[in-house]
Design a protein around this ligand. Structure first.
Ligand SMILES: Nc1ncnc2c1ncn2[C@@H]1O[C@H](COP(=O)(O)OP(=O)(O)OP(=O)(O)O)[C@@H](O)[C@H]1O
Ligand SMILES: [Mg+2]
Length: 232
């Protein structure tokens, strides 16, 4: 163990490494929809306009090189911030792919959580009798080496929420932990407290995504295939 995280020790048969990898993947709580996705199989041919495809290619290249150079970048604490106004453009898909690749390539622990899941966990810690206290939960979130915070900006901006986000992000920033964000707004448009916006600017490189919904395109394709099957 190093700190609270296991470090893989190579063994001849590879079984131990496989077990550690499996436990890291289950710890990551990656949604089923995104399991097994890698940066390499992120498609750039599913965007219809050339501008959208170009932006997607740039995002994919950044993600690929981020994984390759992860060990050096990890020392700097710099993460990524994927954003697009249009929903369904592939932000979560690529963010999760980076986490999957980092787990498999470097055996580093990563975790996926939407901002609403984080807030729900914090709220449950208030009721937990003898369970995890809020402070312990926040410390655990701060300690995760690579954290995907999905959909930042959808939460209401209430005092208690901003206070918790401030604590989590400030803790992660100070400890140079890697955070990968996805959002539907640019960092400066998040509408969050300046102290939080400032920290996200320090912690992550903004990467703009195409304003085109792959989700809608895929849904149309799936529906027409299903319709053909049902009618055929
Ligand atoms: N480039 C891509 N290659 C393959 N599948 C993709 C790609 N982009 C998106 N998808 C698929 O489209 C769906 C929507 O993608 P995703 O959830 O990543 O979008 P998003 O930008 O995070 O959307 P939102 O803004 O609503 O959170 C998912 O099923 C995802 O697997
Ligand atoms: Mg998303």
């Amino acid at each position: 163990m190093r700190g609270n995280y296991e470090v893989a020790v190579p063994c001849k048969c590879g079984i131990r490494e496989k077990q550690i990898l499996e436990s890291k993947l289950s710890f990551a709580t990656i949604p089923k929809e995104f399991k097994g996705h890698t940066v390499e199989n992120f498609r750039t041919d599913c965007y219809s306009s050339p501008e959208a495809a170009e932006l997607a290619e740039m995002a994919k290249a950044i993600a690929g090189n981020y994984v390759i150079q992860f060990k050096e970048i990890q020392e700097t604490g710099k993460g990524l911030y994927f954003y697009s106004a249009v929903k369904g453009s592939g932000k979560t898909r690529l963010a999760v792919s980076i986490a999957n690749d980092i787990i498999c390539k470097y055996f580093v622990s990563a975790k996926f959580a939407t901002t609403l899941q984080i807030l729900d966990e914090i709220k449950s810690s208030w009721k937990a009798n003898g369970g995890e206290t809020e402070q312990k939960l926040i410390q655990d979130i701060i300690r995760v080496p690579v954290l995907v915070i999905d959909d930042i900006g959808v939460e209401q901006s209430k005092g208690w929420i901003e206070e918790r986000f401030y604590n989590i992000l400030n803790g992660r920033m100070i400890q140079k932990k890697i955070t990968i964000f996805t959002s539907n707004c640019a960092i400066e448009d998040l509408g969050l407290d300046d102290r939080i916006v400032n920290r996200i600017q320090k912690m992550a490189l903004p990467v703009s995504f195409p304003n085109e919904s792959v989700r809608a395109t895929l849904a149309r394709q799936e529906n027409s295939e299903l319709l053909a099957r049902l009618l055929g």
